[in-house]
Ligand binder design. Structure first.
Ligand code: ADP
Length: 405
């Protein structure tokens, strides 16, 4: 490929090059030790008075680092860097007074007296040359191949540093976005029960309502259930963040899987709406004991059973199966609810993800239950999945290894 051919894609779109430069958000930023060390090192290695990291803007050349030069920028037109970035190869001038590309340049002919100039274009991964790392002398001099290689390495360090800063800025931006998503979700989730609590409390304070025992009873019920819901949401948020930061301790004990599931079923049964049935179905051959954390295991099971209850229609039957499985035990919680449409099957395990609450008659939590269950199951060395089952409703499967994690 000739120099003209390599230059063509870079020349093709100066606007795109300029927007690539803007992407790095580096123009007019304060001096920076990492870049200054590179120019100081380049000047030292080459024994030249000036070394620069230049960035070619629309009509100026701005120096991110300038060893041996006072000016922070010069106009684009006499600058040699603007020519150097037309290609991706080193741009070498050993005696500028003899070189047809530079002899008439004011930096050469004028007071500055530039004679020697070698620049390595600073090229992005997508092929845009943003500027150069260059070394300058007022004496002509030759340059050896190994010196060019050294300068290329230093230019690569400059580019790596710029890419690193770009990634750090992107990560920071993503974090900010995630934070504001979280704040938006939290305020939405918490505000709904809070306004119900506030409304109920205000109404109770109203003397006309206070006289009516029935209404008082209903409002107090609502206060209790909404406060409980708020507490559950806050607990889930704390649990999720502990799991994410790895701050969850998991113990290992002998656990009888059937007994544990039967306790979970008994506990859920106490709060079961009268129109639902909940059954335990232990299979033959379940190991009498596995190594597991009983509390965490219960947490996952309780959550799956709670969901099954929450999303079951009137008259629905919920079954909790316990069966032996390869190297462990398999709990399955089956309900006869509306099920989960195939496109949503993976998404329901995402943080804060919920299906349209209108589909479930408006009931629902903060969309953290399955997210927490999946993280917890992983902590236990197991897995939680939604089983693709043809029949009505949904089946969530929770597998645990016999030997623990
Ligand atoms: P939530 O606290 O909203 O129940 P989860 O993470 O437990 O959050 O569940 C996420 C979403 O998955 C729920 O909002 C619901 O739409 C759906 N879902 C969970 N379990 C069931 C189920 N047994 N039947 C139908 N839909 C379910």
């Amino acid at each position: 490929m000739t120099a003209a051919e390599t230059a063509r894609p870079l020349m093709r779109d100066e606007e795109a090059r300029l927007s690539a430069l803007r992407r790095y958000d580096i123009l007019d930023t304060p001096p920076d030790g990492a870049f200054d060390r590179v120019t100081a090192l380049a000047a030292h290695v080459f024994g030249v008075p000036i070394a620069l990291i230049s960035l070619v803007d629309r009509d100026r050349i701005w120096f991110k680092s300038r060893h041996g030069l006072d000016a922070s920028e010069i106009p684009r037109s006499p600058g040699l860097c603007a020519s150097a970035i037309l290609g991706t190869e080193p741009w070498i001038v050993t005696d500028a007074t003899l070189d047809p590309r530079t002899l008439a340049n004011p930096l050469v002919a004028g007071e500055f007296g530039l004679r020697f100039y070698t620049a390595i274009p600073l090229t992005t991964r997508d092929g845009y040359s943003l500027g150069t790392l260059c070394v300058i002398d007022t004496q002509p001099r030759a340059i050896a191949e190994h010196e060019i290689v050294a300068l290329e390495h230093l230019a690569a360090i400059v580019m790596d540093e710029m890419e690193l800063r770009l990634s750090a800025r992107r990560a920071q931006r993503q974090l900010e976005e995630a934070k504001s998503d979280l704040v938006a979700t939290l305020s939405h989730e918490l505000r709904t029960p809070l306004s119900a609590v506030y409304g109920a409390a205000k109404t109770l304070l109203d003397e006309r309502v206070a006289a009516d025992d029935d209404t008082r009873g209903q409002l107090l019920d609502m206060l209790a259930s909404e406060t409980q819901r708020l507490a559950a949401i806050v607990n889930d948020i704390v649990a999720a963040s502990q799991l994410e930061s790895g701050a969850v301790e998991v113990v290992s004990e002998h656990v009888d899987p059937v007994r544990l599931a039967s306790r979970a079923v008994e506990a859920a049964g106490l709060l079961l709406p009268a129109n639902l049935q909940l059954r335990l179905e232990p299979a033959e051959g379940v190991p009498p004991a596995i190594e597991a954390d009983p509390g965490r295991t219960r947490q996952v099971l309780d959550n799956l059973i709670e969901n099954a209850i929450r999303y079951s229609p009137r008259g629905g039957v919920i079954t909790v199966e316990v069966a032996p499985a390869a190297d462990g035990v398999r709990f399955a919680v089956h309900d006869e609810g509306i099920g989960i449409p195939p496109p949503e099957r993976d998404r329901i395990f995402e943080k804060f993800y919920r299906l349209d609450p209108a589909q479930h008659g408006g009931v629902g939590g903060a969309g953290l239950g399955l997210y927490i269950s999946r993280l917890l199951a992983r902590e236990l060395g197991g897995r939680v999945d939604l089983e693709p089952r043809g029949s009505r409703g949904s089946t969530f499967v929770f597998w645990l290894p016999r030997a623990g994690r």
